[in-house]
Write a new protein. Structure first.
Length: 380
């Protein structure tokens, strides 16, 4: 009888806990509904994010607001232009917002390699390792050269031994200057999103295998440490108050002068380091700007994608001014010179090294050098 009574009491407590939780949730929603909409939007930091959208020829800095987490949001373009112009917008007033809201980098699906891979159900726990190994086996890319992500199919698998996984791959070198610029500005990248051909955001976040995205803004991540620092500061204040009662005013003034001198020295060192960091950042921005003054890299990749046949793999691309060198594999490399020469934007196409054949794969390895028309020379 005692055991049954204990069980009955436990059941009553569980029901009461559920009812109390439902009441608190309902009451909280009612209180939030009483707050004006503008105030709720202004205070809803978690519903805001900053997006750097990478297009074929420019960058766009957008602010995204969502009514609820996980729902499509309204996008407002803040700045548009090259890398230097977008980073200047961060420095001129949006750095604080970027430090308390997540910042995402968004790339177009047209610049991604989308593969469909059959993965055994038992291997889903090591999905990213399996996809990385398959990528290195079936493509010229290494796992360290790309950002990738996987999209699992929705719905019941029906007991199937394997599932069809969509593997999205993006070349890391295309966005490394942007990530370095964000890191120099003290703004972590919360993840790399993929924008579909219809403008929708695909349900995948790209990253390197084994690396976790830093989705927590630094200001919020340091709140716990700031609380400890604040507690320590309060303790120091209390100690200083007791010391004031035990020492004369002259001794206290002497101690304050000594501490002030030490702080001034530290401030001078901090200002010097800040000046050096700003100088280095300016020089880095100048180097990136000079690098972007030539032919647009994304435009060149898009042009090669339209020109070269589907059975051609380009494993390396070198761009120096208007001169381009590509390495890759093809079933008939000798035909590529004619294919490239028919493009009005490409001239002086020739082999930069002898063509070698790989009997094991049935392909020919080539290196081709050509020149492209810059958008400023008025010829194409």
């Amino acid at each position: 009888m005692r055991t049954r009574s204990s069980a009955d009491l436990a059941g009553v407590r569980a029901v009461l806990n559920d009812r109390i939780g439902e009441f608190v949730t309902w009451w909280g929603r009612e209180l939030i509904a009483c707050v004006p909409v503008r105030w709720r939007e202004a205070l809803a930091i978690d519903a805001k994010s900053t997006v750097l959208r990478l297009t074929l020829d420019t960058l766009e800095l957008c602010e995204v607001r969502r009514a609820n987490a996980g729902t499509p949001g309204r996008e407002h373009v803040i700045a548009k232009g090259n890398l230097a112009a977008v980073m200047a917008e961060f420095r001129e007033g949006r750095r604080f917002l970027a430090r308390v809201t997540p910042t995402y980098l968004r790339v177009p699906q047209s610049q991604c390699l989308v593969r469909h891979v059959a993965v055994p159900v038992v291997g889903l726990r090591r999905l990213h390792s399996i996809l990385a190994l398959d990528l290195e086996r079936s493509t010229p890319f290494l796992r360290s050269d790309v950002f990738s992500g996987a999209i699992l199919p929705e719905g019941d698998r029906g007991g199937a031994p394997s599932v069809q996984v969509t593997h999205v791959v993006f070349k890391a070198s295309y966005v490394e200057p942007l990530l370095q610029a964000l890191s120099s500005a003290g703004i972590p990248c919360a993840g790399i999103e993929v924008e579909g051909r219809g403008g929708e955001v695909l349900p995948v976040r790209l990253g390197r295998e084994g690396e976790a995205a830093n989705t927590v803004p630094p200001l919020l991540a340091r709140l716990k440490r700031a609380s400890l620092i604040l507690a320590a500061a309060l303790g120091l204040i209390a100690t200083a108050t007791v010391a004031l009662n035990a020492h004369t005013k002259g001794q206290v003034l002497t101690a304050l002068r000594t501490e002030n001198t030490a702080l001034q020295k530290r401030a001078a060192v901090a200002r010097q380091r800040l000046t050096e960091a700003q100088t280095a950042e300016t020089e880095t921005a100048s180097l990136r700007l000079r690098k972007l003054e030539g032919v647009g890299l994304l435009q060149l990749i898009e042009e090669l994608s339209r020109t070269l046949p589907d059975d051609v793999w380009v494993s390396e691309l070198q761009l120096s001014g208007s001169e381009v060198t590509i390495d890759g594999q093809a079933r008939a490399a000798a035909e590529l010179i004619g294919v490239l020469s028919r493009n009005p934007h490409i001239r002086e196409a020739s082999f930069a090294a002898p063509v070698t054949r790989d009997p094991s794969k049935g392909v020919e390895r080539f290196r081709i050098r050509f020149k492209v028309h810059s958008g400023r020379d008025g010829r194409g």
